[in-house]
Design a protein around this ligand. Structure first.
Ligand code: MTE
Ligand code: MO
Length: 489
């Protein structure tokens, strides 16, 4: 039993590492599709709990589980292979069987038979070494074999993992073609205009008005981003339409180009969380494309689908001012933000801004989206929020508190600060609004502290509505309440 477990473990680790070496951290890595299944099978309540309590590190858990499952499958093939070798006395038959079986497992899971060889081969080798002549049971022979296969398999796994990591550098945002090219003048102008409007803050933990690529938050249902080359991308508009249409990347790029400041905020973020960012997006309005298909459908709603099997449904009316974006801060849309094309829906929660967009289906009847199936209500307009992201003691003893405020298309009209736990309020200074319908503003306030005190902030939106004081968790409809912080002298 002990030896069976060892064979399984060594073969499992080697097979997974071999696949990783060949595929890197992509969807062709054997653990990737299994990870997607694991995430999909996780009950919504657990996902919500993880998002609120574990946060970003939760992904380590499901990836580890996926790796474990795949390693278990490879391990099982090695155990079978070794048993066959022992029975038949034909060592290579057993090793070959294990190799072929694990290749088949990997090829089936990833749909990439070529790369799957990199998983099958190491499993076969481990099995061959471990299936050495069973008749000779002398201790030192067995021990030598154990040492050889253990050192060999773990050595291989280390090198293969290093190769895999090396391959994965560049699989992220930097891999996008032409990411190093010159920014267009139009975008450059906007970035400079935004920089001019930034408040002069002492605080160093408050980002500027445009979030650099790489610092812009990221929320994905899939651990492994889909790779969609520009030339392979199409958008189909189907369902209840007069004339279904398909657009490719060139069709979309030929349309009138605009550069828009748009802020995104995730419904799952905590009240004072940081899943709130702004970029200059380059793209074209969606409306003319929809007019070409002449949408119908009884519910006036649309299902948007994507290459990672994400889907979200919301009213067609919300698409009226939507934007198809292929550029971000003057770069091609990075892979992690939906390369080559995503949709931006002004003022609505982040989840409506479908990345790797593939299809818009006009529906006859309402249906749930991916997050709605898991209990969230994240397809409507965002809640108003003022973040308190930093407090800094200045050289003269005063304190600066600062952050951002956002209310979607309602805009931010005012941010108030209380330094006495909410008894009295003062207006904070706000950054000049960025041009755009759906943008955040920075705020700050400097004051003389008086012992231990509690700072509270609240925003008023462009319609004169004060941010609601009542506290609610992000699940299911977005966090509410006023952010407050106790500050010691
Ligand atoms: N295809 C696809 N689109 C998606 C998601 C996703 O997982 N897959 N996540 C959504 C969520 S929940 C949010 S908050 C935003 C985040 O966009 P970002 O990662 O570019 O910040 O994308 C939305 N669009
Ligand atoms: Mo989100």
């Amino acid at each position: 039993m002990g030896s069976r477990l060892r064979v399984a473990a060594l073969a499992g680790v080697s097979g997974v590492a071999g696949s990783f070496a060949a595929a890197g951290y992509t969807r062709q890595f054997v653990a990737a599709p299994v990870d997607a299944l694991v995430v999909r099978a996780t009950p919504g309540a657990l996902v919500a709990w993880m998002i609120t309590n574990v946060g970003e590190s939760a992904h380590v858990l499901h990836v580890a589980l996926a790796v474990g499952i795949v390693a278990g499958l490879f391990g099982a093939t090695a155990v079978v292979g070794r048993a066959v070798a022992a029975r038949s006395g034909w060592r290579l038959a057993g090793a070959g069987l294990a190799g072929v079986l694990s290749w088949a497992v990997a090829a089936t899971i990833t749909d990439a038979p070529g790369l799957a060889l990199a998983a099958g081969a190491p499993v076969a080798v481990v099995t061959a070494v471990e299936a050495g002549p069973a008749a000779r049971r002398e201790l030192d022979v067995t021990r030598r074999r154990v040492v050889r296969s253990t050192v060999g398999a773990l050595g291989f796994a280390s090198v293969a993992s290093a190769v895999g990591w090396y391959q994965s550098v560049g699989v992220g945002d930097d891999a996008v073609p032409a990411a190093t090219g010159e920014r267009s003048e139009a975008v450059q102008e906007r970035l400079e205009a935004a920089a001019d409007r930034e408040l002069d803050l002492a605080a160093d933990d408050v980002p500027g008005l445009v979030s650099p690529i790489g610092e812009f938050y990221n929320v994905d249902i899939a651990e492994f981003d889909p790779t969609v080359p520009d030339d392979d991308w199409t958008l189909t508009v189907t369902g209840e339409v007069e004339s279904p249409q398909q657009f490719d990347f060139a069709d979309v790029r030929e349309r009138p180009t605009e550069h828009r400041f748009v802020t995104l905020r995730c419904v799952g973020e905590g009240l004072n969380g940081r899943k709130l960012d702004t970029a200059v997006w380059t793209g074209t309005p969606l409306k003319p494309l929809l007019e070409e298909v002449d949408p119908g459908g009884d519910c006036g709603c649309a299902m948007l689908r994507a290459h990672d099997d994400y889907f979200v449904q919301f009213p067609v009316d919300a698409l009226e001012d939507a934007f198809l974006a292929w550029g971000m801060n003057g770069r091609p849309l990075p892979k992690s933000h939906g390369h080559p094309v995503r949709v931006l829906v002004p003022g609505h929660w982040g989840e409506t801004n479908v990345k790797w967009l593939s299809e818009i289906e006009l529906l006859d009847e309402e249906a749930d989206g991916y997050w709605e199936e898991r209990g969230w209500h994240g397809t409507g307009p965002v809640n108003t929020v003022a973040k308190l992201w930093d407090d800094t003691r200045l050289a003269d003893g005063r304190i600066e508190v600062a952050g951002h405020a956002y209310a979607g298309t309602r805009g931010i009209e005012r941010v108030e600060v209380s330094t006495d736990g909410g008894r009295t309020w003062t207006d904070a200074e706000l950054s000049e609004p960025l041009p755009g319908e759906d943008v955040w503003r920075q705020w700050h306030h400097v004051y003389e502290p008086d012992g231990t005190h509690e700072v509270v902030v609240r925003a008023t939106d462009g319609e004169g509505q004060l941010q609601p004081e009542e506290r609610a968790d992000s699940f299911p409809s977005g966090a509410t309440g006023w952010v407050s912080k106790r500050i010691e002298p």
